[in-house]
Write a protein that binds this ligand. Sequence first.
Ligand SMILES: Nc1ncnc2c1ncn2[C@@H]1O[C@H](COP(=O)(O)OP(=O)(O)OP(=O)(O)O)[C@@H](O)[C@H]1O
Ligand SMILES: [Mg+2]
Length: 298
Amino acid sequence: MTATSMAKATATGGRPPVIAICDVHKSFGENQVLKGIDLEVQAGEVVCVIGPSGSGKSTLLRCVNLLEQPTSGTVHVEGIEVTDPDVDIDAVRRRIGMVFQQFNLFPHLTVMDNLTIAQRRVLGRKKDEAERIARRNLERVGLADRGDAYPAKLSGGQQQRVAIARSLSMDPDLMLFDEPTSALDPELVGDVLAVMRGLAAEGMTMLVVTHEMSFAREVASRVVFMDGGVVVEDGHPDQVIGNPQHARTRTFLSRVLDPAAASLGEVPGAPAGSAGSAGSMQGEVAPQVGFERGPGLP
Ligand SMILES: Nc1ncnc2c1ncn2[C@@H]1O[C@H](COP(=O)(O)OP(=O)(O)OP(=O)(O)O)[C@@H](O)[C@H]1O
Ligand SMILES: [Mg+2]
């Protein structure tokens, strides 16, 4: 654990951060994807990671449960070093729920069986107990009556909510989400975000890669903007989304918040000092200025 995380562990009553990523680098061959990432997530925090395609967001998320092995640096989950070659990674992974863009449900199993299979095989729960827990979690995601359905009979949004309920049925201590709504039709996004909002309100620790800026703005404890394998900004959503300090963040936000203007080479401007609600985020993004590099950037 780093000196900083030790200090924070003391500040949080002796509990280490739920996730502590320290100087993580990851290369695929010659391609350096992560170039020294430091990031901590405390219990109950919702940290949203935003950034352009290819900036390394998914790779970073996958380093947390060692779906990718960092080239160097350390990752701790609840005080356990997952990058230690001797770690019992299966035991650590049982504490981590992960929800991907693709729902990865078993198509030949009913919703109920999708929710109970890992509970029974991995956690050794009896059928009755697994089904009781599954029903409770289907209720949590608003699908109490769909246990007998097969995934193909459900909408994408419903399938994603089943995937979330499946993760929750394993009683995770933290949840990783990698663009959970980006494969969905726009009208189905809201229900999935509502479920995630509910989880956040219940105090679930969440690390979420997302392009949903209103969600990040409203729900995140912190927003992390990544670009080119580094963390460019990390702070309160009002700061990072509402008043970004770096031109790279401003450029990204202007593209995300107004893709049409960005593709025309026009970047939305805002009167100096303008502020508003999440609904007027676009106006809050400062006008694009000359490219500048912040401290700590290559
Ligand atoms: N398993 C892999 N093997 C080789 N290269 C990879 C692998 N996974 C990711 N990369 C490369 O790493 C870089 C970062 O990819 P990553 O998926 O982490 O980006 P991202 O920020 O999640 O992008 P997106 O927003 O498009 O999902 C890309 O150049 C990608 O091609
Ligand atoms: Mg990705």
